[in-house]
Write a protein that binds this ligand. Structure first.
Ligand SMILES: Cc1cc2nc3c(=O)[nH]c(=O)nc-3n(C[C@H](O)[C@H](O)[C@H](O)COP(=O)(O)OP(=O)(O)OC[C@H]3O[C@@H](n4cnc5c(N)ncnc54)[C@H](O)[C@@H]3O)c2cc1C
Length: 492
């Protein structure tokens, strides 16, 4: 596996070994309001008509509908579906029949929850199963905040991710309009995003070229202008400042709550249970099994288990995902100093780190992410225990870039596992051996922002429709696998 080696945080230059699978085939509409292209539809349009259910069942290969229960190893339960009492055969006792969901999604993070919502709103019956519930503190999507920007000159598939991120920003705003009324604090805050560099890099050139292609607004700022606008940033080592005014930050955990609540309001079912794949026969997964031995069945299964994918699907995913830990620190500015709070500071990408201002309504602190530690089992890793060396490193970092905060208190820390794929692109593909099971994930440190579009895209793929044929080849499971050494790398 060869990874791309230059990125937003200033690591070295791009060299992908994979022939670009991201070439455009067709299938996108031209925007009429600019020169950008984007996947068809919008949140409003795409949540509209119910899907053709015959087509859905055809694609899912489940012409017979719900599968029988009980064929799973250790299965003893009643499945996850609605129970209906039906008269028994001629004079016999009544029998309890279970109508299984059409789709069972394992994992209620950004991939699973958004997919569940889009499917359910189109009339597909979905059960969403998560071992600790949606937006839990171990999930990668359970963090406080996530950045939403479009600067992807560091990725081989950058043009597609840039286009997707621009569309996702539009959808985050639409989602806020839908769920954040009646006094609820917004989920998405337009902070702008500032990339600072000591010297010119291909990353910057490719990013601005992608922005030009898509008519995404940006500004090159003089360093004096940066110092004038944000005097709290230590800029002495920097010569270049690239500003994306439309970027923002989303309150991640709270956003996932709104998505799963909307899913439930639409009739979807959420189960809190740890499940593993059950029996496979005829190339089809026959169900999943809870720790208690209950079998849950459906027509189609989606494994959206984030950094747990290697544990849940070891045969396919053990060597295809890297799960190092990322650390996040929330610094408390001096009392009365509001310069580190929204809207007085943009999100930023400075060599070695990203971060953003404290957001309302809770102003948890000035957020900085840097460092981390090698892969661990996500069920066993401690999120609170951070080494003294890591604390030392973050303080040195702050002294260099945000000197006012260097000795200020750290109010909170967060940690989560990345879930990086071999080509650092998302995975949306059918399991290589189980025709009715999908694997989704491989967010590679960037999927949260794309949740509103990813869910829509995956929901379409499940029914045999492709919202973005240009993106699809890049989402295939890579033949490439990580070496042991690569898997231990710290970078996402
Ligand atoms: C430190 C850090 C910073 C990041 N910053 C950004 C950012 O600024 N912007 C951005 O867009 N992205 C960012 N990301 C990446 C982004 O958060 C992830 O790509 C995304 O949240 C992954 O979502 P997921 O659904 O794949 O995984 P998860 O959110 O982890 O969801 C997987 C779910 O599956 C459940 N599960 C696992 N196994 C089982 C099982 N056997 N049975 C039942 N349930 C199970 C888990 O409980 C979990 O809830 C960051 C990631 C990290 C670690």
């Amino acid at each position: 596996m060869t990874t791309i080696r230059e990125d937003r945080e200033g690591r070295s230059p791009v060299a992908g070994d994979r022939e670009s699978r991201d070439r455009r085939t067709d299938g996108r509409e031209k925007r009429t309001d600019g020169n950008a292209t984007r996947p068809r539809g919008s949140l409003e349009e795409d949540l509209g008509p119910a899907l053709d259910r015959r087509r859905f069942l055809g694609v899912a290969g489940a012409g017979a509908g719900a599968m029988a229960l009980g064929g799973l190893p250790g299965a003893s339960g009643s499945g996850s579906g609605e129970k209906r009492i039906q008269p028994g055969p001629e004079g016999g006792p009544a029998v309890v029949q279970t109508r299984s969901p059409e789709v069972l999604i394992v994992g209620a993070g950004a991939f699973g929850a958004w997919t569940a919502l889009y499917l359910q709103r189109r009339g597909v019956q979905v059960t969403l199963v998560d071992q600790h519930g949606p937006a839990n503190s171990r999930a990668t999507s359970g963090g406080e905040t996530r950045g939403v920007r479009t600067s992807y000159g560091d990725r081989e598939h950058g043009p597609i991710w840039t286009r997707w991120a621009a569309e996702s920003i539009r959808r985050w705003k639409a989602w806020d309009d839908e769920v954040s009324g009646a006094g609820a604090a917004p989920l998405f805050y337009i902070t702008g995003d500032l990339i600072l560099r000591p010297e010119a890099e291909p990353y910057l050139r490719r990013t601005t070229s992608q922005w030009d292609d898509l008519a995404i607004p940006y500004e090159w700022l003089e360093m004096d202008e940066v110092r004038r606008r944000w005097p709290i940033i230590g800029t002495d080592e920097m010569t270049l400042a690239l500003y994306e005014p439309g970027a923002g930050v989303v309150r991640a955990r709270r956003a996932m709550e709104t998505v799963t609540q909307a899913f439930q309001r639409a009739g979807g079912e959420i189960r809190v249970a740890r499940v593993m794949p059950g029996e496979v026969s005829g190339g089809r997964l026959q169900g999943v099994v809870t720790d208690e031995g209950e079998g849950l069945t459906a027509d189609t299964y989606v494994f959206a288990c984030g950094p747990w994918l290697p544990k849940v699907l070891p045969g396919v995913m053990a060597d295809r995902l890297r799960v190092p830990m990322g650390h996040i620190y929330y610094f408390g500015p001096p009392p009365g100093d509001h310069r580190f709070e929204f809207p007085n500071m943009p999100s930023f990408g400075i060599p070695g780190s990203t971060g953003w201002p404290a957001l309302p309504p809770d102003f948890r602190g000035f957020r900085v992410r840097t460092g981390g530690r090698p892969p661990e089992d996500p069920d066993l890793s401690s999120r609170a225990e951070i080494s003294p060396e890591s604390f030392q490193r973050i303080r040195e970092y702050m002294a260099r870039w945000f000197p006012v905060l260097a000795d200020q208190p750290i109010l909170e820390t967060r940690a989560c596992h990345y879930e990086s794929s071999t080509d650092r692109n998302f995975i949306v593909d059918v399991h290589p051996e189980w025709e009715n099971a999908w694997i989704t994930g491989g967010g590679s440190a960037e999927a949260f922002k794309q949740g509103p579009l990813l869910g829509d895209y995956i929901a379409h793929r499940l029914v045999g429709m492709d919202l973005d044929p240009e993106a699809t080849p890049g989402f295939r499971l890579d033949d490439d696998v990580f070496t042991d050494e690569e898997r231990r790398e710290l970078e996402p």
